[in-house]
Design a binder for this molecule. Structure first.
Ligand code: NI
Length: 185
């Protein structure tokens, strides 16, 4: 089932999400729904808060975005914790399904180590670098209540303030289903 995507202005995107207890959700269905929602919106990753669930889960299928650097990068992260961030910060233009129409350079660490459970509840610890580390950090931010625009300098934030306000009021264009802004539900 395709879920409407929550957009900027909804307080759920600002909340630190909680761990999932085993068997507390139909995870198979939820993960399938998240992928379906993500593909329908042409995204490369989506986090549970973006479909209105404040839980620590995100899914990624980023290969279509860069067939070389992200080859085979399709993964499910349950209850993840980034335990180490390392390497020089580098800039790259990011966008977000929850912030339609805005793209900006974001500086992020080049290497991360993340501990998480996979879809079979097997605990894993893995290290990623380059674009994979970036995609993971972007999605991980979502379950920490952080959006990519939060990383921008105060000057840049000032520049896009009007656009963000418009999004929170329902004034934006998106070619996928979105949840109506708070004031209009
Ligand atoms: Ni995002």
């Amino acid at each position: 089932m395709i879920h409407p995507i929550v957009v900027y202005g909804d307080p759920i995107l600002k909340k630190v999400a909680v761990d999932i207890e085993k068997d507390s959700f139909d995870l198979v269905q939820l993960i399938a729904d998240m992928y379906e929602t993500m593909y329908a919106a042409n995204g490369v990753g989506i986090a549970a808060p973006q479909i209105g669930k404040s839980i620590r889960l995100f899914v990624i299928d980023a290969e279509p975005f860069d067939k070389k650097r992200l080859k085979g990068f399709k993964k499910i992260f349950i209850n993840p914790v980034i335990i180490h961030q390392d390497g020089d910060k580098w800039a790259y233009e990011e966008g977000c399904l929850s912030i339609p129409g805005i793209r900006y350079d974001v500086h992020r660490h080049s290497t991360i180590t993340i501990k998480y459970f996979d879809e079979n509840w097997v605990e894993r610890t893995e290290t990623y670098d380059d674009l994979k580390a970036r995609v993971i950090q972007h999605e991980y931010d979502h379950i920490e209540g952080v959006l990519f625009v939060d990383h921008l300098s105060s000057l840049k934030k000032q520049l896009i303030k009007g656009k963000l306000t418009n999004i929170s009021r329902g004034k934006y264009e998106a070619d996928y289903r979105v949840k109506a802004p708070i004031g209009k539900r």
